[in-house]
Design a binder for this molecule. Structure first.
Ligand code: ATP
Ligand code: PH2
Length: 157
Protein backbone atom coordinates (compact mmCIF):
# COMPACT_ATOMS: atom_id res chain seq x y z
CA UNK A 1 0.00 0.00 0.00
CA UNK A 2 1.14 3.49 -0.79
CA UNK A 3 1.14 6.01 2.06
CA UNK A 4 2.24 9.62 2.41
CA UNK A 5 3.80 10.90 5.62
CA UNK A 6 4.42 14.49 6.68
CA UNK A 7 7.38 14.98 8.98
CA UNK A 8 8.48 18.13 10.72
CA UNK A 9 10.12 19.64 13.75
CA UNK A 10 11.43 22.87 15.19
CA UNK A 11 13.62 21.87 18.13
CA UNK A 12 17.18 20.56 18.18
CA UNK A 13 19.08 19.62 15.04
CA UNK A 14 16.25 19.76 12.46
CA UNK A 15 18.21 18.24 9.65
CA UNK A 16 19.54 15.37 11.73
CA UNK A 17 16.05 14.62 13.09
CA UNK A 18 14.39 14.54 9.65
CA UNK A 19 17.15 12.35 8.20
CA UNK A 20 16.89 10.06 11.20
CA UNK A 21 13.14 9.58 10.62
CA UNK A 22 13.78 8.52 7.01
CA UNK A 23 16.60 6.24 8.08
CA UNK A 24 14.55 4.51 10.75
CA UNK A 25 11.52 4.11 8.48
CA UNK A 26 13.60 2.63 5.68
CA UNK A 27 15.26 0.19 8.10
CA UNK A 28 11.86 -1.30 8.92
CA UNK A 29 11.44 -4.60 7.06
CA UNK A 30 7.84 -3.78 6.05
CA UNK A 31 8.46 -0.20 4.86
CA UNK A 32 10.04 0.90 1.60
CA UNK A 33 10.88 4.57 1.21
CA UNK A 34 9.90 5.46 -2.37
CA UNK A 35 10.14 9.26 -2.58
CA UNK A 36 11.36 12.10 -0.43
CA UNK A 37 10.52 15.74 -1.04
CA UNK A 38 13.04 18.50 -0.51
CA UNK A 39 13.23 19.93 2.97
CA UNK A 40 11.36 23.21 3.47
CA UNK A 41 11.75 25.81 6.18
CA UNK A 42 8.21 26.77 7.14
CA UNK A 43 6.46 29.41 9.22
CA UNK A 44 4.74 27.96 12.28
CA UNK A 45 1.12 27.10 11.56
CA UNK A 46 -1.62 27.20 14.19
CA UNK A 47 0.48 28.45 17.07
CA UNK A 48 2.55 31.34 15.79
CA UNK A 49 4.88 32.22 18.69
CA UNK A 50 7.44 29.48 18.14
CA UNK A 51 10.48 28.96 15.89
CA UNK A 52 10.16 28.10 12.21
CA UNK A 53 9.83 24.41 11.39
CA UNK A 54 11.60 22.21 8.90
CA UNK A 55 9.16 19.98 6.99
CA UNK A 56 9.29 17.19 4.45
CA UNK A 57 6.86 14.69 2.87
CA UNK A 58 7.71 11.04 2.24
CA UNK A 59 6.05 8.47 0.01
CA UNK A 60 6.34 4.95 1.37
CA UNK A 61 5.15 1.53 0.33
CA UNK A 62 4.11 -0.76 3.17
CA UNK A 63 2.10 -3.83 4.01
CA UNK A 64 1.64 -2.67 7.60
CA UNK A 65 -1.97 -1.96 8.56
CA UNK A 66 -2.75 1.74 9.24
CA UNK A 67 -2.65 1.39 13.04
CA UNK A 68 0.58 -0.61 12.86
CA UNK A 69 2.11 2.16 10.77
CA UNK A 70 0.90 4.75 13.29
CA UNK A 71 2.53 2.72 16.07
CA UNK A 72 5.88 2.65 14.24
CA UNK A 73 5.69 6.42 13.62
CA UNK A 74 4.91 7.12 17.27
CA UNK A 75 7.74 4.87 18.38
CA UNK A 76 10.17 6.83 16.20
CA UNK A 77 8.80 10.14 17.56
CA UNK A 78 9.33 8.93 21.11
CA UNK A 79 12.82 7.56 20.39
CA UNK A 80 13.81 10.94 18.97
CA UNK A 81 12.71 12.67 22.16
CA UNK A 82 9.25 13.92 21.24
CA UNK A 83 7.30 15.13 24.28
CA UNK A 84 3.62 15.99 23.94
CA UNK A 85 3.38 19.19 25.93
CA UNK A 86 1.77 22.07 24.05
CA UNK A 87 -0.93 21.57 21.43
CA UNK A 88 0.61 22.52 18.06
CA UNK A 89 3.69 23.58 20.04
CA UNK A 90 7.43 23.06 19.54
CA UNK A 91 8.67 19.52 18.94
CA UNK A 92 11.80 17.64 17.91
CA UNK A 93 9.91 15.62 15.35
CA UNK A 94 6.31 14.89 14.46
CA UNK A 95 5.13 12.29 11.96
CA UNK A 96 1.62 12.57 10.51
CA UNK A 97 0.05 9.99 8.22
CA UNK A 98 -1.49 12.06 5.41
CA UNK A 99 -3.00 9.20 3.45
CA UNK A 100 -2.94 5.43 3.23
CA UNK A 101 -3.94 3.65 0.04
CA UNK A 102 -6.81 6.12 -0.60
CA UNK A 103 -8.57 4.71 2.42
CA UNK A 104 -10.69 6.51 4.97
CA UNK A 105 -10.12 5.78 8.66
CA UNK A 106 -11.85 7.54 11.52
CA UNK A 107 -11.36 6.63 15.13
CA UNK A 108 -9.90 8.28 18.21
CA UNK A 109 -6.37 7.08 17.39
CA UNK A 110 -6.22 7.74 13.68
CA UNK A 111 -7.94 9.90 11.08
CA UNK A 112 -6.97 9.49 7.44
CA UNK A 113 -6.82 11.33 5.20
CA UNK A 114 -5.33 13.85 7.64
CA UNK A 115 -8.13 16.38 8.23
CA UNK A 116 -5.96 19.50 8.40
CA UNK A 117 -3.55 18.77 5.56
CA UNK A 118 -5.35 20.97 3.07
CA UNK A 119 -4.92 24.13 5.15
CA UNK A 120 -1.19 23.63 5.64
CA UNK A 121 1.20 24.90 3.04
CA UNK A 122 3.97 23.10 4.98
CA UNK A 123 2.27 19.86 3.87
CA UNK A 124 1.01 20.91 0.42
CA UNK A 125 4.28 22.34 -0.95
CA UNK A 126 6.38 19.19 -0.41
CA UNK A 127 3.45 16.98 -1.47
CA UNK A 128 3.04 18.96 -4.72
CA UNK A 129 6.71 18.35 -5.41
CA UNK A 130 6.59 14.53 -5.18
CA UNK A 131 2.90 13.85 -5.99
CA UNK A 132 1.38 16.66 -8.10
CA UNK A 133 -1.53 14.35 -9.01
CA UNK A 134 -2.48 13.81 -5.35
CA UNK A 135 -6.22 14.25 -4.72
CA UNK A 136 -7.00 16.08 -1.49
CA UNK A 137 -9.96 15.23 0.79
CA UNK A 138 -11.92 18.10 -0.83
CA UNK A 139 -11.50 16.45 -4.24
CA UNK A 140 -9.09 19.10 -5.53
CA UNK A 141 -5.66 18.23 -6.85
CA UNK A 142 -2.81 19.31 -4.62
CA UNK A 143 -1.32 21.38 -7.43
CA UNK A 144 -4.46 23.56 -7.54
CA UNK A 145 -4.64 24.36 -3.83
CA UNK A 146 -2.62 26.84 -1.76
CA UNK A 147 -2.54 26.44 2.03
CA UNK A 148 -1.69 28.90 4.79
CA UNK A 149 1.83 29.84 5.90
CA UNK A 150 4.99 30.76 4.03
CA UNK A 151 7.40 28.01 3.05
CA UNK A 152 10.98 28.32 1.82
CA UNK A 153 12.73 25.63 -0.18
CA UNK A 154 16.07 24.86 1.47
CA UNK A 155 18.84 24.30 -1.06
CA UNK A 156 22.23 22.65 -0.62
CA UNK A 157 21.60 21.30 2.85
N1 ATP B 1 -3.36 10.85 10.41
C1 ATP B 1 -2.76 10.85 11.61
N2 ATP B 1 -1.41 10.82 11.71
C2 ATP B 1 -0.80 10.84 12.92
N3 ATP B 1 -1.46 10.88 14.11
C3 ATP B 1 -2.81 10.91 14.05
C4 ATP B 1 -3.51 10.91 12.82
N4 ATP B 1 -4.85 10.96 13.08
C5 ATP B 1 -4.97 10.98 14.39
N5 ATP B 1 -3.77 10.94 15.01
C6 ATP B 1 -3.63 10.98 16.45
O1 ATP B 1 -3.31 12.29 16.82
C7 ATP B 1 -2.74 12.21 18.10
C8 ATP B 1 -2.11 13.54 18.47
O2 ATP B 1 -1.13 13.81 17.55
P1 ATP B 1 -0.17 15.00 17.78
O3 ATP B 1 0.07 15.28 19.24
O4 ATP B 1 1.03 14.73 16.92
O5 ATP B 1 -1.02 16.22 17.18
P2 ATP B 1 -0.40 17.46 16.53
O6 ATP B 1 0.66 16.99 15.59
O7 ATP B 1 0.00 18.42 17.62
O8 ATP B 1 -1.58 18.11 15.70
P3 ATP B 1 -2.08 17.76 14.25
O9 ATP B 1 -2.80 16.47 14.37
O10 ATP B 1 -2.98 18.92 13.93
O11 ATP B 1 -0.89 17.67 13.32
C9 ATP B 1 -1.84 11.04 18.02
O12 ATP B 1 -1.67 10.43 19.25
C10 ATP B 1 -2.55 10.10 17.04
O13 ATP B 1 -3.16 9.02 17.71
N1 PH2 C 1 5.17 25.03 9.89
C1 PH2 C 1 4.69 24.09 10.71
N2 PH2 C 1 3.79 24.39 11.64
C2 PH2 C 1 3.30 23.43 12.44
C3 PH2 C 1 3.73 22.08 12.32
C4 PH2 C 1 4.70 21.79 11.33
O1 PH2 C 1 5.15 20.63 11.16
N3 PH2 C 1 5.14 22.81 10.53
N4 PH2 C 1 3.23 21.11 13.13
C5 PH2 C 1 2.31 21.42 14.02
C6 PH2 C 1 1.75 20.35 14.84
O2 PH2 C 1 1.28 19.32 14.10
C7 PH2 C 1 1.82 22.77 14.26
N5 PH2 C 1 2.37 23.74 13.37
Amino acid sequence: MKAYLSIGGNLGDHKKNLLEVSRRLSEHPQIKLKKQSSIYETEPWGKLDQPNFWNQVLEIETDLAPLELLGICQQIENDLGRKRIIHWGPRTVDIDILSYDNRVWNDERLTIPHPRMEEREFVLAPLREIAPQFILPSGHQVQDVKGHGEVYLLKNI
